[in-house]
Design a protein around this ligand. Structure first.
Ligand code: SF4
Ligand code: SF4
Length: 291
């Protein structure tokens, strides 16, 4: 797997899409791992990524890539439906969604949803098919392939308040930025806790060194600990350590707050969500997971 999180095939590099394989033979042994790392650590994928999803230190921001690259796949489709529902008139819809975006959504629904970006895959020189072009003339390859992808005139789809929004406006001020919902909504407390690492926004957690305890009650009973420190997140089932904030919530209300459907004051007023600790820490927590 390369820094861009795609499988790197020894011959075809990152230009491989895994689908379903039907084989007419019994599988009785695993293949052997490669004895070398086909990722060249060239950093080109990091350089062309418009959302900053591929960090230099190797971390990957799933939700930033998802909101942009998958704009016309499942999450983006849900977000588009929400725009339709939230529009008060045709004029209002056109303010929210441009005509080219509507056409693009229609095209994707008609022919089968495509990904929107894939620049990290396109630029990747790993694999026999592309490496011959890259190794003898790295500068030329960068100018020919990477710069063209980097400079492309495009709209970048970002979740408001995400690391991607801050990144694209600073690194690519010439690109258009469209603020959208990721289309991801927690469906359950367990699902939310499990998926926290995927939606965590490291940049939004700056300054936090906080241990959170969650106790979900009602239809779904669950305890969890989340530690956010040095821009990193660790989560586990059960309570561990001493919390700076303890949140006890009816599972339905807690999930609704995390999905931004219920405000914190409303959840507190109905006493379906109680906190022991500073409400500011609760807001800081929510800021780390813009959806
Ligand atoms: S698909 Fe695009 S947004 Fe996603 S990691 Fe690759 S370059 Fe970045
Ligand atoms: S572009 Fe370079 S760093 Fe990124 S996955 Fe490919 S070989 Fe690795």
């Amino acid at each position: 797997m390369g820094k861009h999180r795609c499988v790197i095939h020894p011959t075809f590099g990152g230009a491989v899409v895994l689908s379903t394989l039907l084989i007419a033979a019994e599988v009785d042994a695993y293949g052997q791992p490669l004895d070398f790392d086909p990722c060249l650590d060239c950093g080109l994928c990091n350089g062309v990524c418009p959302t900053g999803a591929i960090a230099k230190d190797g971390a990957f921001d799933f939700v930033s890539c998802y909101a942009h690259n998958y704009r016309e796949r499942l999450g983006g489709f849900q977000s588009w439906v929400e725009s339709v529902v939230a529009s008060s008139s045709v004029k209002d819809y056109r303010k929210r969604v441009s005509d080219p975006e509507t056409v693009s959504m229609w095209q994707n629904l008609s022919i089968g949803a495509q990904t929107k970006c894939d620049k990290c895959m396109a630029v990747c020189p790993a694999g026999e098919a592309a490496i011959g072009e890259y190794l003898p003339d790295r500068k030329g390859y960068t100018e020919q392939v990477a710069h063209r992808l980097h400079d492309r005139d495009e709209t970048v789809f970002v979740v408001p308040g995400s690391d991607a929004e801050a990144y694209v406006t600073k690194r690519f001020p010439e690109k258009r930025v469209k603020r959208v919902s990721s289309g991801i909504h927690p469906q359950s407390a367990a699902g939310f806790i499990e998926n926290l690492p995927l939606v965590f926004q490291s940049g939004q957690s700056a300054g936090l060194d906080t241990t959170y305890h969650f106790t979900f009650t009602g239809a779904e009973q669950l305890e969890a600990t989340v530690v956010i420190r040095d821009g990193r997140l660790e989560s586990q089932r059960g309570h561990a350590g001493t919390p700076d904030l303890h949140v006890t919530a009816d599972a339905e209300t807690g999930v609704s707050f995390l999905a931004k459907e219920t405000s914190l004051p409303k959840a507190l007023a109905t006493r379906k969500l109680k906190i022991k600790g500073s409400p500011k820490l609760m807001m800081s927590f929510a800021r780390c997971f813009p959806l």
